[in-house]
Ligand binder design. Structure first.
Ligand SMILES: *Cc1c(COP(=O)(O)O)cnc(C)c1O
Length: 473
């Protein structure tokens, strides 16, 4: 451009007034959307910045329309929700950082209703007497699991905390050394015990714990025997674990409650849908656990919550603990949970209706076919010189459910040209994250993989690819 630089003083005068910017179409839109004060403030800021910058000689200062456009875009960015929808194509179905289980439509509808209106959360329509909020799901949980009673709290960490605080405060909790777990850094069993006022009594060794280790440890100081699911690791090789049925028998003989913390906790035999059979909640109860704790948003596929189920007297004692008030569920999650649990009454249609199970049960062939359908769009969306192909891969369950088991899956792969592949892959991953609906894949070896196991919204994904092609990289 060969524009003649305008002297600074003149350029300053050429800048439009705040009012003129607000009078433009985008200016009025900014006022209508974000309010008079936020819009004026933003325009004033933009004009002030330009005034300062006019110190550098410019061809011509921006006019009111340009400024209004920039201000509106900045306001939109600042007001975009912080928590955004994404495409979870990482290959980890229950991704804790991406919010774990995706809720079934039945739960979505129930949540909208519960958010929009007052509800019978703690109100009985039969006579107006105050009911208990857990009553909305208690019967259902008992029906589905066969447990005598059930109590719900904020998450499974809270369930374990409440069990410990209720039954083992100022007492000892016997745990195998092989099960002193840390999950995601935020949940460390020894820490939770300390908070609950319980004393940890470790038995056995990291790889081997025998029944007699527990037997020898039981004393008048024992409050609880705890078994914890080795959620995010596997001990292999020369190992031994006390069988839960035998542990339950020892506990019973000594009059000490036995709690089985399943972590993920599934209510159905997953082998029916082609997965490895995971010990179910019902199995744990049948094996004789007095209390079983598990999460709502892992294998169960519902909202974040924690279950405490089992012997009625022990569950009720948890419900009477003063701590429970700080851990309770709100009406929104109770609505989501009730709707999710009801789907379990019809196991034949569970895999269609419950997204988590739908994702788990998708066969590799079906996912490959889907990958074939979108491969062309994927290829055209990639930068010049990149290779695009269909690759078989392995999906993970996630959230500490079956840590070493994977599900055969298929992915769209992007392979960068030339050297410095790492940098190119990072850049592509960043561009995918920058899409209107961010696409989250994973980098493995020399390629970026988009695992299609969890792709429900194929059209929406294609639309994102079209945007990727349009964006500069
Ligand atoms: C995941 C897990 C927890 C914690 O559950 P949250 O629902 O995440 O609070 C506790 N114990 C075990 C064994 C787990 O796998």
């Amino acid at each position: 451009m060969s524009a003649i630089p305008i002297p600074q003083s003149e350029a300053r005068q050429l800048l439009p007034s705040v009012d003129r910017v607000l009078q433009t179409e985008n200016g009025r839109l900014a006022v209508a959307t974000y309010g008079q004060s936020a819009a004026s403030e933003a325009v004033r800021g933009a004009v002030a910045q330009l005034r300062a910058r006019v110190a550098e000689p410019a061809a011509s200062p921006p006019d009111a329309v340009d400024i209004a456009g920039a201000v509106l875009a900045a306001l939109e960015r600042a007001n975009a929700p912080s928590q955004r929808r994404v495409f979870n194509l990482t290959g980890t179905v229950l991704h804790t950082n991406l919010g774990r289980a995706v809720m079934p439509e039945e739960a979505v509808a129930a949540v909208v209703e519960a958010m929009r209106y007052p509800t019978t959360l703690e109100f009985s329509l039969d006579g107006g007497a105050r009911g208990e909020r857990d009553d909305h799901v208690r019967g259902l949980v008992r029906e589905l699991t066969g447990a005598e009673d059930a109590f719900l709290v904020n998450n499974n960490a809270a369930a374990v905390l409440l069990v410990l605080a209720t039954h083992a405060s100022r007492k000892e909790v016997i745990v195998s050394r092989g099960e002193l777990i840390e999950i995601g850094g935020a949940f460390r069993l020894p820490e939770i015990m300390k908070r609950a006022g319980a004393k940890l009594h470790e038995v056995g060794t990291t790889n081997r714990t025998h029944l007699r280790d527990f037997e020898e440890a039981i004393s008048h100081k024992t409050g609880l025997i705890l078994k914890a699911h080795a959620s995010n690791y596997a001990i292999q090789g020369f190992t031994a674990e006390a069988p839960p049925q035998r542990l339950a028998a020892i506990a019973k003989a000594s009059g000490v409650p036995f709690c089985d913390d399943l972590g993920s906790g599934t209510l159905v035999d997953l082998s029916r849908w082609g997965m490895k059979r995971e010990r179910t909640v019902q199995d744990a109860l049948k094996d004789g656990a007095d209390l079983v704790t598990f999460s709502g948003d892992k294998l169960l596929g519902g909202p974040q919550c924690g279950f405490i189920i089992g012997r009625a007297d022990l569950v009720r004692a948890c419900a009477k603990n003063h701590l429970k008030r700080t851990l309770r569920l709100d009406k929104i999650r109770l609505a989501a949970l009730e709707a999710t649990l009801k789907l379990y009454r019809d196991p034949d249609r569970l895999a269609q209706r419950l997204p988590t199970l739908r994702f788990f049960s998708r066969g590799q062939d079906e996912i490959r076919q889907q990958a074939q359908r979108v491969l062309h769009d994927w290829r055209s969306a990639l930068p010049e010189g990149w290779g695009a192909e269909l690759r078989d891969c392995a999906s993970q369950i996630g959230s500490g459910a079956m840590p070493v088991d994977t599900l055969p899956s298929a992915a769209l792969a992007a392979i960068p040209p030339g050297k410095r592949k790492g940098q190119a892959l990072d850049q592509l991953a960043a561009r995918l994250r920058g899409l209107p609906v961010p696409v989250i894949g994973r980098i493995k070896d020399d390629a970026l993989l988009i695992d299609l196991r969890c792709l429900d919204d194929e059209d929406g994904f294609r639309a994102q690819l079209a945007t990727l092609r349009g964006s500069s990289g």
